[in-house]
Design a protein around this ligand. Structure first.
Ligand SMILES: [Zn+2]
Length: 417
C-alpha cells in the first residue's frame, strides 16, 4: 500500500473532510487505486496518517468498486504501478498452492487495475492496519538529480530529495485558479558535477495543477526558500521533471536517506553561467558592462511609507506631499520605488543584445550617493558599470537575451527551520 494523494476540499466546515488516494496491492499482485473519503480527520493529521499506513498490510471494510481500468486509459496510474513491478515477494496464483507461487522474473506487467472507493470515519474502525510491514511493499528508490538526468526511459517515475532554491508561478489564462509552478531544484551531485559532464547545476521541476500542494508547502514556496523537499513519484519526461497526479511533495526526509548517500546542500548555490546553451525559463549568472539603459522599462514612483500602497494623490498645496487613498493619510516622506533595466555587453554572449532588469537593492548600490531625492537616475552613474556575477531568471534566450535579477538566499539557512 502506497499513499499517493491527500486533499482537503473543505477545511473550514464543521466536520473536517479530506480525501486520500491509496495504491493498494493484494496477495495476487492485483493493484487498485482506493479513493478514501475521510470524515472527522483534520487535514493536518492526514499526512501523518498516510505515512503510518504506507507499506503496512491493511483490511478495508465497506469498499465500492467504481471501475476496472486498463493501461491505455490511465497511463499516469500505470507508470506508478510499473515503478512497483515486479513485486519483491512471490505472488499467489488463483488455483495454485503457495509453493507454486510464480517467480518474479517471468511475470507479465499488470494490464488492468481497479478504482475503488470507501468512506472512512475516525470513530468507525473500517481501516484495520497490521503493524508489521508487508514484503510486497517496495519503498521509493531515492535517486540523486545527477542520476535522474541520466535516466533514459520515457515517463519514468522517480523520487528524489532536493533543495528548492527558486519558484516561479504561471497562471493559465483560461483557468484562473489553476497555477502551474516552476520549481528550481538542485542537490550536491549537480552542484559539484565535474567539468567533463555537461550537467546543469540546477534543474526545473514543473508542478502541474493535478498535483496538489498543502498549505504549508504553498507558504514555503512563496516566502521561505531555499527549502529541502522530498519529491515522491515525480515523472521524468524528455529532459524535464514534472509533478503530476499521484506525485507527493513533502518536507519529510525520506527514510532511506542514511543509506543512499543523500546529503544536504549547504552554502552558496552555484548557477550555470550565461552562454550560448542557456534556455528560457532557467536560472543563470551573468557578468557584463552596462552599455545603456532601457528608458521605457526604467522609472521610479512614490509609495506610501505607512502601508506601501502606490495609490498616492499629490496634494497641490504642499510640495512632495501626497494623500494615500489606501490608508487615508497625508504622506510627507513617501518611499521611492525604482525599476531599472540596463543593456549589458557580456563577454559570454558578445554578439547578443542582453537586457537585465535589476533588483532595487542592486540599483541602490549602483546609484549610491548619486541617487537624487526623487529617484531620478543619473545616467552617468550607470553607464560603463561592471556588473556581476548576478543571479538571474532567463525570460527569453532566443534572438535577444532578457534577464531578470533574482535573490537567492544561502541554502544553509534552510537547515535552521
Ligand atoms: Zn498608505
Amino acid at each position: 500500500m502506497k499513499s499517493i494523494k491527500t486533499n482537503d476540499p473543505s477545511a473550514n466546515s464543521q466536520r473536517p473532510e479530506c480525501r486520500m488516494g491509496l495504491l493498494i496491492q493484494d496477495a495476487y499482485g492485483i493493484f487498485s487505486e482506493l479513493q478514501v473519503q475521510c470524515v472527522g480527520t483534520p487535514a493536518d493529521d492526514m499526512e501523518e496518517y498516510c505515512r503510518a499506513l504506507e507499506g503496512k498490510p491493511c483490511c478495508f471494510l465497506g469498499i465500492k468498486v467504481l471501475q476496472r481500468i486498463t493501461r491505455g486509459k490511465a497511463p499516469g496510474l500505470f507508470s506508478l504501478i510499473d515503478s512497483l513491478w515486479p513485486p519483491l515477494a512471490p505472488i499467489k496464483i488463483h488455483g495454485q498452492s503457495q509453493e507454486q507461487a510464480q517467480v518474479r522474473d517471468n511475470l507479465p506487467a499488470p494490464s488492468f487495475c481497479y478504482i475503488l472507493a470507501m468512506r472512512h470515519e475516525k470513530s468507525r474502525d473500517n481501516i484495520k492496519q497490521a503493524h508489521v510491514a508487508t514484503d510486497l511493499y517496495l519503498p521509493p528508490v531515492i535517486h540523486s538529480l545527477e542520476e535522474i538526468l541520466q535516466m533514459a526511459a520515457l515517463n519514468q517515475r522517480c523520487s528524489f530529495w532536493a533543495t528548492v532554491i527558486y519558484m516561479k508561478s504561471e497562471t493559465q489564462s483560461n483557468l484562473p485558479r489553476h497555477k502551474e509552478l516552476l520549481l528550481y531544484v538542485t542537490d550536491p551531485t549537480l552542484q559539484v558535477a565535474s567539468e567533463t559532464t555537461r550537467s546543469p547545476k540546477v534543474m526545473t521541476v514543473c508542478v502541474l495543477p493535478p498535483c496538489t500542494l498543502n498549505k504549508t508547502l504553498q507558504e514555503i514556496f512563496a516566502n521561505n526558500l531555499p527549502c529541502s523537499i522530498f519529491f515522491k513519484d515525480a515523472v521524468k519526461e524528455n529532459g524535464s521533471i514534472i509533478c503530476v497526479e499521484r506525485t507527493v511533495l513533502s518536507l519529510q526526509k525520506p527514510l532511506l536517506s542514511c543509506t543512499s548517500g543523500i546529503s544536504e546542500l549547504t552554502g552558496t548555490v552555484k548557477l550555470d553561467e550565461l552562454d550560448s546553451s542557456t534556455a528560457a525559463n532557467t536560472l543563470c549568472t551573468v557578468k557584463g558592462v552596462v552599455i545603456g539603459v532601457n528608458e521605457t522599462e526604467s522609472y521610479s514612483w512614490p509609495v506610501c511609507n505607512l502601508c506601501g500602497s502606490n495609490k498616492l494623490r499629490p496634494l497641490p498645496e504642499r510640495r512632495y506631499t501626497f494623500y494615500c487613498c489606501q490608508c487615508s493619510s497625508d504622506i510627507s516622506s513617501p518611499v521611492i520605488r525604482m525599476q531599472l533595466e540596463v543593456f549589458l555587453q557580456c563577454p559570454a554572449r558578445p554578439q547578443c543584445k542582453v537586457t537585465l532588469k535589476l533588483r532595487e537593492e542592486t540599483i541602490a548600490s549602483i546609484l549610491g550617493s548619486c541617487n537624487s531625492e526623487d529617484g531620478r537616475y543619473e545616467l552617468s552613474a550607470v553607464m560603463g558599470k561592471e556588473l556581476g556575477p548576478i543571479h538571474c531568471y532567463v525570460q527569453q534566450a532566443a534572438g535577444m537575451v532578457s534577464l531578470e535579477e533574482i535573490s537567492l538566499l544561502q541554502a544553509a539557512s534552510s537547515g535552521d527551520r
